[in-house]
Design a protein around this ligand. Structure first.
Ligand SMILES: Cc1cc2nc3c(=O)[nH]c(=O)nc-3n(C[C@H](O)[C@H](O)[C@H](O)COP(=O)(O)OP(=O)(O)OC[C@H]3O[C@@H](n4cnc5c(N)ncnc54)[C@H](O)[C@@H]3O)c2cc1C
Length: 376
């Protein structure tokens, strides 16, 4: 692209790609999108290996959204393969439906006990509702509170310990709030209206999204180098916010994950997409990607080992949801605010917020509509 680049977008994940596409298409302006990796798609990137196995490089990514707007927007760039994610949890030597629902109760407790707890849950909360484990732990009904303690100890406690290397009480209450019990027979992991996988994969979706004459893509490119070449461009930065400011207020904590891949003959070598193993040594869950991608030749099994994040050694996957990290973020948000009009921060790393893919898209769309359009 010759001449001045008007917009420079750092990061080609969902946030950066949607921002670039919207700038090109709705603002009709030229945009350079860069990523230090050698591919588009950020953490959603997928590829086929030499044997034709479809692999999600940065862990299993399942698309779901309740937003018609986001669904319709992304549908411009992909067809969809219907997929509803179902998961189980290993409790002792049993596999039990997760999210925990009325059927899980029958799988774990003897009939009369399961019936008693089910009746209490339905009476107190209503059939068809979803209640967080945190709320159930506080229940005045002894049958419910005892059941909640069982779940907490056998399902969530070890999982949370391994996932975050923290005690549950050190995490923000929002984490427990994300662990619902479903007072119904609904065994879907997500309740979103739209659940599906991009038929040609995520990488193809990104290629199509960014195939616009106003968009230039530079892979294997550091933001700082692109910035030096385009000093007057307005910037949307979706990398880690603390890195932008050279960690001057300290390094924000992240959690990383190591993914161990293995293969098995035939598709669907486990009964559901993902099985959680709270009691296992080191790993949290195993996903069989063949459920998710529709690959029929083989099962592609991904075992997740959460690990400490160290800059330069592994990937900063999860912002750590503690009150301390929220406090550390504050001076960065203030510094970012002072740059508004020239530089905007967004995305999982730029906002230091755990977003699902649809939330990253929604954040990017709102940023262009509400802020960038006025600054163009
Ligand atoms: C293990 C795991 C599983 C997940 N599963 C799901 C799921 O099932 N469903 C779901 O909806 N969401 C899932 N997510 C969340 C999903 O990955 C995010 O919503 C999405 O990646 C956010 O997109 P983003 O563009 O904000 O960030 P990212 O995808 O992280 O993209 C940021 C990009 O910026 C680049 N970058 C950073 N710094 C620089 C720099 N200085 N110069 C150049 N480039 C830079 C990075 O290389 C990266 O490509 C999962 C996340 C993880 C970690």
């Amino acid at each position: 692209m010759s001449g001045a680049v008007r917009w420079l977008v750092a990061g080609a994940g969902f946030t950066g790609a949607v921002v670039a596409e919207r700038i090109a298409r709705t603002l009709d302006q030229r945009v350079l999108i860069v990523d230090r990796r050698d591919h588009l798609g950020g953490n959603a990137y997928d590829f086929s290996d030499a044997d034709g196995n479809v692999i999600h490089k940065y862990g299993p990514h399942i698309f779901h959204t309740g937003s018609d707007r986001i669904w319709e927007y992304l549908s411009q760039f992909t067809d969809w393969r219907p997929y509803v994610h179902r998961t189980m949890v290993a409790i002792g030597d049993r596999l039990v439906t997760l999210p925990f629902n009325l059927d899980s109760l029958q799988q774990v407790f003897p009939g009369p006990a399961a019936d008693r707890i089910s009746a209490a849950l339905v009476a107190d909360h209503g059939f068809g509702t979803r209640v967080t484990i945190g709320k159930l732990l506080d229940s005045p009904n002894p049958a419910i509170a005892e059941f909640a303690r069982f779940l907490h100890e056998n399902v969530y406690l070890n999982y949370v310990r391994k996932q975050w290397d923290l005690k549950p009480e050190e995490l923000s209450p929002s984490v427990l709030a994300r662990l619902p019990v479903s007072i119904s027979h609904d065994d879907r992991y997500f309740q979103s209206r739209h659940q599906a996988m991009p038929a040609g994969g995520y990488a193809a979706l990104f290629e199509r999204m960014l195939a616009h004459p106003r968009i230039e893509i530079a892979l294997n490119t550091e933001f700082a180098d692109a910035r030096a070449r385009h000093p007057s461009a307005k910037v949307v930065y979706t990398g880690p916010i603390d890195a932008y400011f050279d960690h001057r207020h300290g390094e924000l904590p992240y959690r990383s994950v190591r993914f161990d891949l293995s293969f098995a003959a035939g598709e669907k070598s486990q009964p559901v997409g993902t099985i959680s193993y709270p009691g296992a040594d080191g790993y949290t869950r195993v996903t069989d990607l063949s459920h998710i991608t529709g690959q029929t030749s083989r099962s592609v099994l991904v075992k997740e080992f959460p690990e400490a994040y160290a800059r330069g050694r592994n990937e900063p996957f999860y912002p750590v949801p503690t009150p301390q990290s929220a406090e550390m973020l504050r001076p960065y948000v203030e510094a970012a605010g002072k740059l508004r009009g020239k530089v905007w921060f967004a995305g999982r790393l730029g906002d230091y917020a755990y977003y699902n893919m649809d939330q990253a898209c929604g954040r990017a769309m709102a940023l262009v509509d509400k802020e960038l359009a006025g600054a163009a």
